[in-house]
Design a protein around this ligand. Sequence first.
Ligand code: ATP
Ligand code: MG
Length: 420
Amino acid sequence: MVNIPKGTKDVLPEESYKWHYVESIVRKIADKYNAKEIRTPTFEHTELFLRGVGDTTDIVNKEMYTFKDKGDRSITLKPEGTAGVARAFIENGLKNSAMPLKMYYITPVFRYERPQAGRLREHHQFGVEFYGSSSADTDAEVILLAYDILTALGLHVKLKINSMGCPECRSAYNKALRAYFADKKDGLCETCLTRLDKNPLRILDCKVDTCKETVADAPVITDYLCDDCRAHFEKLKGLLATAGLDFEVDPHIVRGLDYYTRTVFEFVTDSLGSQGTVCGGGRYDNLIGQLGGGSVPGVGFGMGLERVLMLMEATGVKIPEDGEVSLYFATMGERAYNKAFYLASALRRAGVKCEIDHMERSVKAQFKYSDKLGAKYVVTIGDNELDSDRVELKKMSDGSVVTLPLEGFENAFKGFLNDN
Ligand code: ATP
Ligand code: MG
């Protein structure tokens, strides 16, 4: 027996309706914002992520599934959704589209992490990417889109926002961080000591307890914003307030990816332990440029769908199941089975969800099975029904029975459904 790889999950037939539900809500609301789906490959050239995600991030340093293919190319399974979309945008000349270009995706994401509840090696993200506008109202719209989805799914989560400024503000801030940490090196982990050198901002995102303590009194980026970045942040806050969204400014949110500029945000919950971030995103005005596509601003987020489903479960949100079987054919004998087989295929083509025995069950066992399926109606067909051309249709919820003709039953049943 070969087992499933660590950190991956099957979605079994009895639970796939939950994914359908979440995905349908996500698509419906993305459409309300006029975002269109983009699909990019599951793997890309490794270099895309080195350049796009940033080589001082945990994702690139520790978490990527990278391998050589048979043509000796270095290939990486998507460790996030944004870089692939940026590559597709550049490669397909989407810069010439009417802006803003609003895109969304649903994709598997691969990260070599220590598996635990809410942290998998293959998880799935819904994400959006709005390209072409550098205005704070696009940031606000993207945040609202995420909020609308989480709300439609029955979730109540907290919105935290921050600004990471532009490279100009960040260089002043990095200087301040280096000065702050200079005499606190004892409180930093090994990795953070190298971060101090290369990218001190990453220290703020460290999950090690001693680092978290050391970080607590560090200078905050919001004190180092240039006038333009400050104005952008103020405008965003005003728009979110206008839209009636509660939020908290958390100057310690820096996000795990290097490409962010200005706005960053997270939707967080206390109900999932330390895997409490269900959605994270922000603005990345330099990403397209970094990848060689010229100056195109962008803003977006990634929402972890496993965490969304876990939170729905944890907070008792009821998820409607896929439609039940409308009609079950219980049959006796081969002649009856052939008739039912014909009727079932005709009704399925006419849009009715129906089921028929495949296991040569007795009539009694067929009724039991129809009950298991949750069939709304059961029609019984045997020699008597074939000879008399009449069948009894039983409504399972109350046991009531109506008689319908067997010849043309497919139309009679559809008519009956319309009237009832
Ligand atoms: P975390 O801080 O929890 O590691 P992250 O900052 O690495 O999250 P992002 O890269 O922003 O996460 O990904 C967007 C969302 O995808 C996260 O908010 C989370 O909901 C989900 N996510 C990220 N990594 C995993 C994982 N390994 N397993 C399940 N969901 C994940
Ligand atoms: Mg992570």
